[in-house]
Design a protein around this ligand. Structure first.
Ligand code: AMP
Ligand code: MG
Length: 542
């Protein structure tokens, strides 16, 4: 049974929603059309508080890649939290980061030794409309560090003041959205999803004007890089082929080094980005994550989840779910995320097409090559989604007939308004012993809807080679008990914003940092919102 999704969920640009989440659509998925300042003011030379060992490769690229700009001071920085584990992974000393001087650095009041603060230039398609210049309007890259794993990471302040890319914005962030990003990005990391991470949050001591005056804050974001599809579009839109090539070569060196060895490095680079996006979106969907603002400027070339604005997790499952207040047409609805990602990848292909023309010896060959690269998205996405989903229901190997089994479960969940996360978590118990069926059944408005499916599922489990204990352990590793449920996030943000009470934030962060473990005494955090607690809409909060 295929889903029925009203046309309003279709991408307005004409990209089609895939009727079955596991099979190619009748129409191949979106055969995309390819068409062709101020100087740093080093306001402190006495600051050597935290040793970052910066090595700033992006700041060594030509000037037109960024604006050199220092953070703007805040009046009274106070530490909310340091991510000790992440600091250690980056080879940083969490204790020195938590000192008064460390906090001054995390607030942007002092420039750490070796930092070369820049605001990166980028463009982007926002809800389908191209904006040739966006850029870091309220973020400043302090520099890059090499982590204990040998990988290079960006360390960036967000909410650290105006930059040449701020347009009308104040360059600031409110405390609520900063804590939301902290909680959700760290939850995604713990869930095993590639993501930017949060190293620290500090309050600014200043108010920021939104609809109401709100406490301001600064977040320290860590990413494999902040290069976006929109970074390529920025140079492509200016027909700056040298910069496009330089950016591609830099990005290949940093994220896709194997591409260099290939006969067509830019094509291989595109293949790599396509593969990472396909896998990423499949992971999101198998966890019920709705990003909410999948613009090309929020699409990381490294394949990480970036930009935790209006994101949210599904509670009751429905593929058409939209949370974001600004996503009026459901362009970025839960079930549209694969087509949205492919649309974004097509924009990347367009941006690097001139490089592909050079390497493939002509426009036709380049177009064919780009189309082939994009055509790989759908099968890769479907395979990752299917494999992930089979693991969720306890099947280790795929057999013909599995797609309808998966689709049928989702169809019944949608019709019966079953909680996405709890359905799969309670299925772990049911896989161990049918006596636990009651917990799953109770999540379906009509519990009988589960029974029919469960009978088929049990039949299929008997054909799967794994021992029951192994199966259940495997299911528990992919079906979280805890996600940052929207009402719990709201509760934490409200307490912090209204009362500077960070306890709910601390507790929720702690809970979602071990999402796959049972946490006795914390059952409240597993429960869906009561009707009066439900969050139906989320806001970017910028
Ligand atoms: P986002 O919606 O967070 O993806 O941001 C889109 C663009 O708006 C980016 O160029 C941001 O840097 C910019 N932006 C968002 N909020 C602000 C702000 N408060 N001040 C200045 N620029 C902002
Ligand atoms: Mg963004």
């Amino acid at each position: 049974m295929a889903f029925c999704v009203s046309r309003s969920f279709l991408d307005p640009s004409g990209v089609s929603w895939t009727a079955s989440p596991f099979r190619p659509s009748n129409r191949p998925m979106a055969p995309p059309e390819l068409h062709e300042f101020r100087p740093a003011d080093p306001h402190s030379d006495d600051a050597r508080p935290a040793h970052f060992n910066f090595d700033n490769s992006y700041a060594r690229l030509p000037d037109r890649f960024y604006a050199r700009v220092n953070p703007t001071r805040v009046s009274d920085p106070n530490l909310v939290k340091i991510n000790t584990e992440l600091a250690q992974q980056l080879g940083l000393d969490p204790e020195s980061l938590a000192t008064e001087e460390g906090v001054e650095v995390l607030a942007g009041n002092k420039i750490a030794n070796g930092s070369a603060p820049i605001a990166m230039a980028y463009a982007g398609h926002q809800f389908g409309y191209f904006v040739p210049q966006l850029g870091d309007g309220r973020a400043i890259l302090l520099g890059e560090v090499i982590g204990r794993d040998g990988n290079r990471y960006d360390v960036q302040l967000k909410g650290s003041g105006r930059t040449p890319f701020s347009r009308g914005g104040d360059g600031r962030a409110a405390l609520g959205p900063v804590l939301r990003e902290y909680i959700v990005s760290e939850a995604m990391h713990a869930l095993g999803v590639p993501t930017t991470r949060t190293l620290a949050a500090v309050t600014a001591g200043d108010r920021v004007m939104r609809e109401l005056p709100l406490p301001g804050a600064v977040l320290t974001r860590v990413a494999s890089s902040h290069i976006r599809v929109g970074t390529f579009q920025y140079f492509a839109a200016r027909r700056d082929l040298d910069a496009t090539r330089l950016l591609a070569d830099y990005t290949i060196g940093r994220h896709y080094p194997d591409a260099v060895q290939q006969p067509h490095p830019y094509r291989s680079f595109l293949d790599g980005v396509v593969a990472r996006q396909a896998r990423l979106i499949a992971q999101w969907m198998n966890l019920g994550f709705v990003h909410g603002v999948m613009n090309t400027d929020n699409t990381s070339i490294a394949g990480e989840t970036i930009d935790y604005g209006p994101c949210a997790f599904l509670e009751e499952y429905h593929p058409g779910t939209v949370f974001s207040s600004i996503d009026a047409n459901g362009r970025y609805a839960y079930g549209n995320q694969a087509s949205a990602a492919l649309w974004n990848l097509a924009r990347l292909a367009e941006a690097i097409l001139p490089l592909m023309v050079e390497e493939s010896g002509g426009e036709d060959a380049a177009m064919t090559s780009a189309r082939e690269a994009l055509a790989a998205f759908e099968p890769k996405f479907l395979q990752a989604r299917r494999t992930g989903f089979l693991h969720k229901i306890g099947l280790s190997a795929e057999l013909p007939g599995d797609d309808p089994l998966c689709e049928e479960l989702l169809a019944r969940m949608a019709a019966q308004r079953a909680d996405f996360t709890l359905t799969f978590r309670t299925l772990c118990g049911a896989a161990a012993d049918p006596a636990h069926d009651a917990q799953v059944r109770s999540l379906f408005a009509d519990p009988a809807a589960y029974d029919g499916w469960a009978a088929e599922w049990r039949g299929r489990l008997r054909e799967d080679p794994r021992r029951p204990e192994e199966r259940v352990a495997g299911m528990r590793r992919v079906n979280p008990a805890f996600i940052p449920r929207n009402h719990l996030v709201e509760e934490a943000l409200t307490a912090a914003t209204n009362r500077l009470d960070f306890q709910p934030f601390e507790r929720l962060l702690d809970v979602v940092s071990c999402p796959y473990e049972d946490q006795p005494g914390r059952e409240r955090y597993m429960q869906p919102a009561r009707p009066d607690e439900r969050v139906l809409q989320t806001f970017c909060g910028t």
